[in-house]
Design a protein around this ligand. Structure first.
Ligand SMILES: Cc1cc2nc3c(=O)[nH]c(=O)nc-3n(C[C@H](O)[C@H](O)[C@H](O)COP(=O)(O)O)c2cc1C
Length: 203
């Protein structure tokens, strides 16, 4: 057997990976927390996503996935323009509001303004953009939305809010030292809002 072959019995969720297997995989995946917005029949609509991804530089495309079962999907399905917001560390309450069923997500304390194409732009994000929807690609129980950034801005000093292992967290560790690219990987993630530090990897 070649050295890099993996014993088949080390895959305890195979041969069939269902929803629980997928969730287990993605509990190990740290993702930026983002809010996607649009206007529908004159009212602001938005939801929290961790599926925001950079797709293309030329043209500047992003994607995110929306559950067909989401209360926001009927609005997003018709949206020509959307707002994309990468949340900053400290915006956990905003994140919870935009993931809570039935919440009035745009009521105070959320502060927002009507941006280009009447797209709701939320104050205080680490980065935000208004984008034009280019494609909707059906994918299982979700739809992948691809959108082209038209206007964008970022606060370069802002720390991101991430979601990992079922919790919102702030990245507060040092970057991997560039002088030792293969060893000494050490960073710290702080579960928010608890003060305890959790070491997630070391040499
Ligand atoms: C951490 C986290 C990440 C989420 N990511 C997504 C996502 O990428 N796509 C999606 O459609 N919903 C996602 N959701 C769920 C939406 O925020 C959803 O709108 C919310 O649970 C409320 O449901 P409703 O839209 O039906 O009212 C996520 C929720 C949480 C807590």
């Amino acid at each position: 057997m070649p050295e890099n072959d993996v014993e088949s019995d080390s895959f305890d969720v195979l041969p069939e990976v269902g929803p629980d297997g997928l969730r287990r995989i993605f509990r190990r995946h740290a993702a930026a927390v983002a809010v996607v917005t649009t206007t529908h029949r004159g009212a602001p609509v938005g939801l929290l996503v961790t599926s925001l991804a950079s797709v293309s530089a030329t043209p500047p495309l992003v994607s995110f996935n929306v559950a067909r079962s989401s209360s926001s999907w009927p609005a997003l399905a018709q949206a020509e323009h959307i707002g994309v917001h990468v949340l900053e560390a400290g915006q956990e309450e905003l994140a919870v509001r935009f993931a809570s069923k039935g919440a009035d997500r745009f009521a105070a304390p959320t502060t927002w303004w009507s941006g280009p194409h009447r797209t709701p732009v939320i104050h205080g994000a680490a980065a935000w953009a208004v984008a034009e929807v280019e494609q909707q690609v059906p994918a299982g129980d979700h739809v992948i939305v691809v959108a082209r950034l038209l206007w964008a801005n970022a606060r370069d000093e802002a720390d991101p809010l991430v979601h990992h292992d079922g919790q919102y967290r702030q990245v507060s560790g040092a970057a991997v030292p560039p002088e030792n690219p293969v060893g000494s990987r050490f960073s710290v993630i702080r579960a928010s809002p608890a003060s305890a530090f959790e070491k997630i990897s070391e040499p």
